[in-house]
Write a protein that binds this ligand. Structure first.
Ligand code: GAR
Length: 211
């Protein structure tokens, strides 16, 4: 079973979805950059080892990322799943884990990278919004896309109502994408996402839930 690590900064609902999905791998640690992250207690209660690398104790991003990488490698983590991990990673870190670093972002990338994606989607007046699981590259919230899920933007939506609709889909597509990568059915080759089976990829790549 391939060892993987989940990185969180807060609530950890995507982490929960990943751990409850019984992925074909072993979660060897949940690591947070914030000691107060609620997800840490949830993981610890279920016997998953937890660690804290507090970014405020480091003078520069490079030093934080170097320690984070050592922690991940120290527990034998081969795949790294960013699950609401709200730190910009240095190119050196991204390079070190190239092809082994996944992120979930609450928008249909490349639309709305960064923060406050639901406010931005409402302000732009888009009719479709959603979430994206992608391999991480050094640009913020970008990288080869593994799976996306689309949801409608409804009349009367607020950022909170839209966030809740998107989050439901995050909890479905992140485990699907992580499973495919852990199985080796999906990987990064020369900067592109390659699936073993085109039919599987077509089925999974875009999820549009029925209304
Ligand atoms: C999720 O919506 C995730 O997509 C987002 O943070 C939230 C974390 O919630 N990530 C980003 O915005 C990354 N750019 P969670 O802690 O409950 O999983």
């Amino acid at each position: 079973m391939k060892p993987y690590v989940i990185l969180i900064s807060g609530r950890g609902s995507n982490m929960q979805a990943l751990l409850q999905a019984r992925l074909p791998g072993q979660c060897v640690a949940v690591i947070s950059n914030r000691p107060e992250a609620a997800g840490l207690a949830w993981a610890a209660d279920r016997g998953v080892p937890t660690r804290i690398v507090d970014h405020r104790r480091f003078p520069a991003r490079e030093a934080f990322d170097a320690t984070l990488a050592e922690e991940i490698e120290g527990v034998g983590g081969e795949l790294v799943l960013l699950a609401g991990f709200m730190r910009i990673l240095t190119p050196g870190f991204v390079e070190r884990f190239a092809g082994r670093l996944l992120n979930i972002h609450p928008s249909l990338l490349p639309a709305f990278p960064g923060l406050n994606t639901h406010e931005a989607a409402l302000a732009a007046g888009v009719r479709l919004h959603g979430c994206t699981v992608h391999f991480v590259t050094s640009a913020l919230d970008s990288g080869p896309i593994i799976i996306q899920a689309a949801v409608p933007v409804l009349a009367g939506d607020t950022p909170d109502s839209l966030a809740a609709r998107v989050l439901q889909q995050e909890h479905i597509i992140y485990p699907q994408a992580a499973r495919a990568v852990l199985d080796g059915r999906c990987r990064l080759e020369s900067g592109r996402v390659v699936w073993d089976d085109d039919a599987t990829s077509a089925d999974l790549a875009l999820r549009v839930p029925a209304q």
